[in-house]
Design a protein around this ligand. Sequence first.
Ligand code: NAD
Length: 492
Amino acid sequence: MITLERAPALFIHGAWTAAGGGTEAVINPATEQVIGHAAIAGPADVEAAVASARHAFDKGPWPRMNAEERASILSAMLEIFERRGDEIRALITAEAGSVQPMTRTMQFATGIDHARYYIELARRPAITPLPVELVDTPDGRRMLGAGVKVREPVGVCLAITPFNVPFMLNVTKCFAALATGNAVILKPSPLTPFEAFVVAEAAEEAGLPPGILNVVNGGIETGEALTRDPRIDLVTFTGSDRVGAAIQAQAAPTLKRCVLELGGKSALIVRADGDLKAAATSALASLTLHAGQACAAFTRLLVHESVRAEFVSMLTAMFRAVPIGDPADPKSRMGPLIRGAQRDRVESMVDRAVRDGVKLVTGGRRPTGLSRGFYYEPTLFDGVDNQSPIAREEIFGPVGVVIGFESDEQAIDIANDSDFGLSGGIYSADVGRAFEMALQLRTGKVQLNGGSGKMSSHQPFGGIKRSGYGRELGEEGLQEFTYVKSIAFHGG
Ligand code: NAD
């Protein structure tokens, strides 16, 4: 794979350069084998990347091109991704450990969809005329005043991404920023850095001007140096609430604009009249998706007391039947957690809940017969108190808690009684009632009876509370990367 051969270097100012921080081994979470070595940026690399992006934005052609010209280069990048699709999907599987259905859709195809959507959206005119106004001036004259508003790129954007959906998130962030004329520095997670280098390779081949995309891999130190640098105008971050808070603090002295897409503890509300099988299937899909390493997963299952026992027994049977195994095997439906440390963390949170007397229904251990790889069984707790740590903290593993409720009002109160506010869902035969309940949920997204079935590029995505602020996707997602300038004409 070309990417693995090149990744011992960073991509700065349109060239592959040796990294000051050396290289770090990247391992396949299913096999625990090293799949390649990725360059780690040192301070001089950070300096070079920022200087390059700043110069490319301030003096280079990219922000001065029209949307059509930018769109043709970005479309060429998309064609490269599609041409290299098999290779990229294999890399995602090896690096992130996602099973084939997820690798094909959310990891790869969704990224392509979002990128294409942003290119189209950015083609809309950047200049909007404002009404002509007749103005009474202080010296008693009358004049015609008019103006336009112009959508302008923010400048140098820093994109920091997490380990779980590396291709989709890198591509989504880069294309939103690039389509609107910004320069980008992309810092991927050092656990899954190769997808970022794929984006760099496509940029190089498609002829993106040097400095408009720089890829610097690294960990906390690299991220901290970049977020503190005064030459960067915006940080778009996806990751944990803890790191989101650190980034906001790091970016505060230089008053950078931040877009923070953080974690969640989303509630799925199952009303007594809801389709129980569909709701359980949705909970299964959500909690086993990427072994629970999904920000919007329905980790709190709020089920009406009259159907709770039936729901729990249905979901338990589904959990026990999930084919867990090598993500490269098309038959596998759940793969491993990203690293041993993440599995240890999940294990310790589950063990603490068991010690606290929370009722474990299924899972809570490593699957037998898989001696390599960071696997963990889908795990379900029942009769859980919404105040207990297992119901409040983001676990980022395949762990769900069932919480009973008696009335819609109680369900809404429990759903909203969370530090997070990313997503949510409702199952009910009464769609009108479900819609009314959706309006009362304090989250960035609600899916009714399974939602639209896909992660639509048109639907703004993001959270409130500890799930962050700002939006990705939709018109709002594009606006995050622009600022509005008003230009007024003096009519005499
Ligand atoms: P993380 O917060 O540990 O790391 C994310 C990124 O931040 C990595 O690239 C990391 O190197 C970098 N980083 C760490 N410390 C930093 C610092 N001080 N300054 C700058 N950068 C720093 O997250 P993770 O473990 O990679 O991913 C899992 C988290 O991501 C979960 O909380 C999940 O909910 C969240 N997530 C959210 C969304 C969303 O859209 N809301 C999507 C996917 C994942």
